[in-house]
Design a protein around this ligand. Sequence first.
Ligand SMILES: [Zn+2]
Length: 243
Amino acid sequence: MNGPEIRVEFDPGLHLFVPQTRRAGATPVATDGVSTLGHVVESLGVPLTEVGALVVDGREVPPAHVPAAGESVAVRAVERPQEVPGAPLRFLLDVHLGTLARRLRLLGVDTAYESTDIGDPALAARSAAEQRVMLSRDRGLLRRRELWAGAFVYSTRPDDQLRDVLDRFAPELRPWTRCTACNGLLRQATKEEVADQLKGGTQRSYDVFAQCRQCGRAYWKGAHHEQLEAIVERALTEFPARG
Ligand SMILES: [Zn+2]
């Protein structure tokens, strides 16, 4: 490209997406005179899902803005908490985020998850059809235009991934209301109703049960409960319900 030259500066929160040479402040970018600013930013490596305001010479512009020679552009990170207008907040996670999916469900957040790799086009189509925010660490997937909405998951550690998503979208937390296996809603169940899923010890030791309305799986305060309780307590403490 040897069209109009502009200067672009990225918010520090976006530095992981751009080469080292573009992290120290504003750097020159040669544009082609027809591409939009959104396209220019994306071609520099930053998914638009992670971009907040685009500010040109102190004035906010839409991603469709076509940069002119000499403009100075500040690319801000998306604001937190991020509003996702138009539908109840729900998520779709790609095949690599299984632990995060189960933790979000544990907290009662509506979370669809594909445990097999159905491919980017199918994921993007499902995000659009069900109006779900696509969560992924795959920048190529987040670039797909069909997505209802998307967000990059910044960490590879499930603890940090959960904190990242709760901090960014501030979903309403309703722990112990969803099936961690299938995302279905739970209902209270009697011991008799779930008896066929219980081993002898469980049968004798517990009296409070829940069952998934969708897949029928039984839940009780069993072996892994302390670990799950700790995840729930931490989330409720760090992200108390908003006013
Ligand atoms: Zn279920």
